[in-house]
Design a protein around this ligand. Structure first.
Ligand code: AMP
Ligand code: MG
Length: 352
C-alpha cells in the first residue's frame, strides 16, 4: 500500500490543510486508516463504528484483538449516541477536562461493534485537545477508534517520523503535525463501577479527578503491578515497550545513583556492550557511558513526560544493549511517568 504523508500545522489550518483533512476524513469513512496527531501521542485512526476498520487497526499494529480501542469524538452529543446513558460523573469530567487527555469508560450501546471494544460491553471515549484531531473527527463521521500509532510493543509515537517507521506501507495516510505536547497516553477512568476508578495514570492526575468527583479509586495493579492481579484495562497487562536493550531503573540519592550506574556501565562496556543512561538536566554530567541523554528537567516533570518515549526510541535506534534510568517522584504526572518507565523496564528496579 502507498502511504501518503501530509504536513499540517495545528496553529495554521489553511485551505490546503482543510482539503487534506477532508481527504483524510473520506479515507476513514471508506474504511481506511490515517495516523494523526493528538495532544497525548499520535493515534492510528479508523471508523469506530465499522468492525472491519477496527480489524485493520489491530492488523496494522500487530495488536492483540482483546485490547480495546479508544473512541475519539469531537462533541458531547456524539457520546450520547454510542452509550446506554451518560453518567453524571462523565458530564462533570467533560466540563472540567474535555477536550483533553482524559478517557472515560461507559456502557456501550449497539452502535459500537465488539471489534472496537475487544468484546467488552463498555466503551472508552475521549475528546482530544488538538485542532487537527478534532477537525479530522468531524470530517470522518464523528467516531474515530484510535490506539497509539506504533507497532505493538514499541513506545508510543510522539513524532510523525515514528509513525512512518512503524506503519509505512500499512495505512493510507500519515498526518505530520510536529511533536505532540504531552507525550504520554491519556488518563483512563472507568465510570461503570460503583466508584470511579483510574485504570491508567496520565496527565490528568488522581488529585485533579478527586477535585471534581470526590472519591476516586485507583486500580491497584497501577501501584503494585507485580501482585499477579489482572489489570482492569486489558491493555495494561501487556508490556508496552520491550526495548532492544535491558533497562534497569536506579533509585536513590543522585550521587549514589551515578556511582552505581557508572560502575555497572563500565562492567557492561568491558563485556563489549553498548551502554545508555537516561539522566536529567541537572545530573547528565555525572554519567560515563556510550550514550547519555537528558529526559528533561526534574523541576518541570512535564518536560520528562514530553521526552520519555522519544528518548526510549533513540536508544533503540542507537543499538544500546544495556540501559539505566534514574527514578522519578510518584506524585502528580510522575505517577504516569513511572508507570510507563516501570513497564519498559519490566519492573527491574535497584533501590540504593
Ligand atoms: P492505547 O489506545 O494504545 O492508548 O490503549 C488503550 C487502552 O485503553 C488500553 O490499555 C485498553 O485496554 C484500554 N481500554 C480501552 N477500552 C477499554 C474498556 N472498555 N475497558 C477498559 N479498558 C479499556
Ligand atoms: Mg498504545
Amino acid at each position: 500500500m502507498n502511504t501518503e504523508i501530509v504536513t499540517i500545522e495545528e496553529k495554521n489550518i489553511d485551505d490546503l490543510a482543510k482539503e487534506n483533512l477532508q481527504r483524510a476524513g473520506n479515507i476513514i469513512r471508506n474504511g481506511g486508516l490515517v495516523a494523526f496527531p493528538t495532544e497525548t501521542v499520535y493515534g492510528l485512526g479508523g471508523d469506530a463504528l465499522q468492525p472491519e476498520s477496527s480489524r485493520k487497526i489491530y492488523a496494522a499494529k500487530g495488536r492483540p484483538s482483546d485490547n480495546p480501542l479508544i473512541v475519539h469524538v469531537a462533541d458531547m452529543e456524539s457520546v450520547s449516541e454510542i452509550v446506554t446513558a451518560v453518567p453524571d460523573e462523565a458530564q462533570k469530567l467533560a466540563d472540567a477536562f474535555w477536550p483533553g487527555p482524559l478517557t472515560m469508560i461507559m456502557n456501550k450501546n449497539d452502535r459500537v461493534p465488539y471489534e472496537t471494544t475487544g468484546g467488552l460491553d463498555t466503551v472508552a471515549i475521549r475528546m482530544p485537545n488538538n485542532r487537527i484531531a478534532l477537525e479530522l473527527i468531524k470530517r470522518s463521521g464523528g467516531f474515530i477508534a484510535a490506539p497509539s500509532a506504533n507497532t505493538s510493543g514499541r513506545p508510543s509515537p510522539t513524532l510523525a517520523r515514528y509513525c512512518v517507521e512503524d506503519l509505512m506501507g500499512k495505512i493510507e495516510m500519515i498526518i505530520d503535525g510536529g511533536q505532540v505536547g504531552i507525550g504520554l497516553e491519556s488518563t483512563i477512568v472507568d465510570l461503570t463501577g460503583e466508584r470511579p476508578m483510574i485504570l491508567r495514570p496520565g496527565y490528568i492526575t488522581v488529585e485533579m479527578l478527586r477535585d471534581v468527583l470526590g472519591a476516586v479509586d485507583i486500580d491497584r495493579t497501577i501501584i503494585a503491578p507485580d501482585s499477579g492481579v489482572r489489570p482492569k484495562a486489558p491493555g495494561m497487562k501487556y508490556r508496552h515497550y520491550a526495548p532492544k536493550g535491558v533497562l534497569t531503573i536506579v533509585e536513590g540519592p543522585s550521587d549514589k545513583v551515578a556511582e552505581y550506574i557508572n560502575t555497572k556501565a563500565l562492567e557492561a562496556a568491558d563485556q563489549g556492550k553498548r551502554v545508555g543512561v537516561i539522566g536529567t538536566e541537572s545530573t547528565k554530567e555525572l554519567y560515563r557511558a556510550d550514550v547519555v541523554k537528558s529526559v528533561g528537567d526534574r523541576n518541570d516533570e512535564n518536560t520528562i513526560a514530553h521526552e520519555l518515549f522519544k528518548v526510549l526510541r533513540e536508544f533503540d535506534d542507537e543499538n544500546i544493549e544495556v540501559m539505566f534510568s534514574e527514578s522519578f517522584d510518584d506524585s502528580g504526572i510522575g505517577q504516569a511517568i513511572m508507570n510507563r518507565l516501570l513497564k519498559a523496564a519490566g519492573h527491574c528496579v535497584i533501590r540504593l
